[in-house]
Design a protein around this ligand. Sequence first.
Ligand code: GUN
Ligand code: FE
Length: 445
Amino acid sequence: MITYQLVIEGSYFSSASFDKADFTPESLICVDQSGIIDRVISVSENDYQTVKQAAIDNDILKKVPSGSYLLPGFTDLHIHAPQWPQAGLALDKPLNEWLNTYTFPLEAKFKDLNYAKKFYQSLIKELLANGTTTGLFFGSVDTNANLVLAKICAKLGQRAFIGKVAMDNHDQTPDYYRDETSQAALSETESFITQLQKLQQETGADLTPVITPRFVPSCTDETLQGLGDLAQKYNLPIQSHCSESIWEDQYAIDRFNLRDAEVLAKFGLLTDKAVMAHGTQLSDSDLELFEQKQTAIAHCPISNAYFGNSVMRVQAAQQHHVKVGLGTDISGGFSPSIYRNMQQAIMSSQMLQDSGQANTRLSASNAFYLATVGGAKALHIKSGQIKAGFKADLQIVQDQYFELSSNQASEIFERLVYHTNKENIKQVYVAGKLVHNNQGENNGK
Ligand code: GUN
Ligand code: FE
């Protein structure tokens, strides 16, 4: 028999499709030494007791308590790590003014590596405590600060995709916070890629560099083209913002006489490994372009309420077979919780429906799919589902109204989506490794 690193006994929810989350009663989730779910054994299988006993003997059995459930870990597809100190603050101006008044000055502070370390540590702990097992991060302009972020992710066990932010257009960036030239933006990006890859090899941590033009307005043509070339040269993921607001949409038309998505495509930045944040203003033809390029969208519903000028059309993206996951957009969105973003995605979709757009409503199952499968597909990782062959990215979550209300699986599921707070997230695992323990017992067993 294989020696597992961890066997979890419990019942769980996992997405079967965009429209359906499946419930599976009491099972053994067996995690191999590389952090992959090797088998899920149901009680009716012959060797259930044998495997369970072996796990007890090896002191690797984790029993999920009654009233708690196992869920896949979440993927947060859009986080600005250096905006964590202002999460919940400064949301009183439109996007472009917000960037210049609050956000660029804050991000500039991260070249002080002690400052960076303090806030990055706090952010990563907070994300893990909220059930986020994979994060796609915008860092800041400063390469060394981005390496500080990467080291903290490695130490705390967060799977992380991290980008050095490139922004060199003097018309749209302040002199105290920018890449001075296109040459600097590209060489710093390349230097970050090689240093992160080295760190990944040294630590074995799950870290991936990401090509990160901040957004079209922040970058010169040379930088947009050069970043597209680097993405191809290193075969790397790309992240940026696309059609986030009416202002951004109009900017692309004024400068290029093209739509924002078309500009990104022209410079080789819409690929099957690209994740574009927001897309609230995407037209049907933009969605067709996303479909053709197999580019994913990071839907950030809380942030969009402040800056998006409308609600992103998740159902339309779904109909175009465009991959969609969820993002917190710290700090355009104030909450580090993907649960809060699932709730907002549903609420915003109801408002879109009521504004007269048919077939736009999202269910709890839809939102859960975005948080798990959607995010994982966008990043091409085998995560977000509880089944053999997938990474053991898991969270143990307590249904706080278990004693009070119905215990039908569908109702438990909706309660978990709507009522889970940080306090109810008891343990979090990334690739089978315990990264957050809120159970108050010795090593959580
Ligand atoms: N567009 C360019 N930069 C940003 C940012 O930091 N946050 C958001 N929400 N949109 C942006
Ligand atoms: Fe953003």
